[in-house]
Design a protein around this ligand. Structure first.
Ligand code: TYD
Ligand code: MG
Length: 497
């Protein structure tokens, strides 16, 4: 009798809403087209329930929830030097902006099968002196054990003492996976129960789409479930200062599956991307409250796990025996890191009326602008030509310093004259064909020199002291020939005569 009554009460409280499965937009009525993201037929009914039912939550009765905050002056807010936990994976530390921040909620997004579970399990096994809880709703504990066996070799290789006085890591030599606990569970309430007992220093959730909170009736993976589970994890992370990593699958169109809403709730969004048929994987910070959002880490997927690629320039430059036309090397910066990348251009007469312009890894609008500058300022007739641009290695580049290398590649292909070996470029191109200065030119030159390049073309304005803080760069320090130019024509006459 009593149970019936409680069921009845539950039904009375049940509330239905419609959610766009693509962007998470909530509507009281079903809609054919989402007013937020413009997609058709994406609304699905979800049963949502008021969250104030008596289901135990992460310390739901904790006083901090009821405490009302008062305004404080900025100068009076005390802050301790942000505690960063360094992982043995240097690429991962850099992408996070210098290690894991206590109490941060980090979302790792990526397509299924790209290696998210591998990356996080490898991290979990590698955290020296920390108790890690790896919650999996996707695989059984036996499967995870098997994967851990495969990864243990990498774990040993990567384990290096981390020398940071602020670091929490005190004992770099420890038994692999000793403090890594696996929990196969999908109910958030049960997960919190285990967390309260285990008191882990780091929690990994694989994946957020499999989690289920008893506060919400709809199925795991639906917008309201994912939102509620993320909110619970967020509350746990902030109240306990424990960093939490959420793995999230992304759909084909690049959104974190269904709810884009996840991205607003978490502190950091990392994207794990790459071509499943290639070995290289890129970990990119898309949003980061604790660091730069342009950092990037490169990994190699091997039979025994992911290995850091510490010198990415080497993998991004293709091997060839003789110079080919249409290929140039640019010295770019990804985040704080200099990187030499190869760009390839192909210019050919268009067989159709409208020429095709395609760019892979580069903004098509910017390519069109560069082509217009070449046509108008330098007199190359590219109007009736197909132009294809490709950045090798499958990465996309936003650094404007790549302009000069791209324009040179286009002309090299157009004229069919190869660029000499060991030549690279770093300069932005303006609308009048001028070569503009780019930031951190010294780092770029140093990277080119380190990789054995003989000459680098840069803007002449990079040598002139810009602001009062900027010192003149000393070219005599370099063995590499630094060629300074002020317009694209100067580059072309130097290279093509
Ligand atoms: P996984 O981490 O399961 O991907 P996700 O969690 O993003 O869905 O990675 C699966 C792929 O990685 C699978 O195709 C096999 C490959 N892999 C390796 O190449 N080496 C390894 O050591 C491991 C564990 C996986
Ligand atoms: Mg997985």
């Amino acid at each position: 009798m009593q149970t019936r009554l409680s069921v009845h009460q539950k039904v009375a409280k049940t509330k239905i809403a419609y959610f766009c499965q693509s962007c998470g937009f909530e509507s009281p009525k079903w809609l054919g087209k989402c007013p937020s993201c413009g997609q058709w037929n994406t609304f699905a009914e979800e049963i949502i329930e008021k969250a104030n039912t008596a289901i135990p939550d992460w310390k739901s009765n904790s006083t901090s929830m009821q405490r009302a905050n008062k305004p404080v002056q900025v100068s009076e807010i005390s802050f301790d030097e942000e505690q960063r936990i360094l992982t043995p994976d240097k690429e991962f530390n850099r992408v996070l902006g210098g290690g894991i921040v206590a109490g941060s909620l980090v979302l790792i997004g990526g397509e299924p099968g790209i290696g998210k579970s591998t990356l996080m399990l490898q991290l979990a096994l590698n955290m020296p002196g920390m108790k890690v809880l790896y919650v999996s709703g996707e695989e059984s504990d036996k499967q995870i054990r098997m994967r851990a066996e495969r990864l243990s070799q990498v774990a040993i290789d990567n384990l290096q003492p981390v020398e940071d006085p602020r670091s929490e890591i005190r004992n770099p030599r420890f038994e692999i996976g000793k403090e890594c606990y696996i929990l196969t569970e999908t109910s958030t309430q049960n997960i919190f129960k285990q967390i309260e007992q285990l008191e882990p220093d780091l929690v990994v959730i694989d994946s957020i789409q499999t989690l289920y909170s008893a506060h919400i009736e709809s199925t795991p993976g639906s917008v309201s479930q994912v939102r509620e589970c993320t909110a619970e994890m967020l509350r746990f992370a902030k109240e306990s200062s424990t960093p939490v990593f959420l793995i999230g699958h992304i759909t084909k169109d690049g959104m974190i599956a269904g709810p884009k809403i996840l991205e607003h709730m978490v502190d950091t969004v990392l994207q794990f991307e790459g071509d499943r048929h290639h070995v290289y994987r890129i970990l990119r910070a898309v949003k980061n409250r604790f660091g730069s959002a342009s950092e990037l880490g490169i990994y190699e997927m091997l039979g025994d796990g992911l290995r850091e690629v510490s010198n990415p320039s080497e993998i991004l430059l293709s091997q060839r025996d003789e110079p080919l036309s249409g290929i140039t090397i640019s010295a770019t910066l990804e985040g704080m890191r200099p990187m030499l990348i190869e760009t390839q251009a192909l210019v050919s007469t268009s067989p159709y009326g409208t020429p095709q312009r395609t760019a892979t890894g580069f903004d098509t609008k910017r390519m069109n602008m560069l082509l217009a500058v070449l046509e108008k300022r330098c007199g190359f007739h590219l109007g009736g030509k197909d132009v294809f641009l490709n950045i090798t290695g499958g990465i996309s580049v936003e650094d404007p310093a790549i302009d000069l290398g791209l324009a040179t590649a286009v002309i090299s292909s157009h004229e069919d004259i190869p660029i000499p070996f060991k030549t690279c470029f770093a300069g932005e191109i303006g609308l009048s064909g001028e070569v503009r200065a780019v930031n951190r030119i010294e780092q770029r030159i140093a990277e080119a020199q380190k990789l054995g390049f003989e000459q680098i073309f840069i803007s002449k304005y990079n040598l002139e002291s810009g602001g009062k803080n900027q010192k003149r760069i000393d070219l005599s320090r370099y063995q590499i020939a630094v060629r300074t130019v002020s317009s694209i024509e100067e580059v072309f006459s130097a290279l093509f005569g």
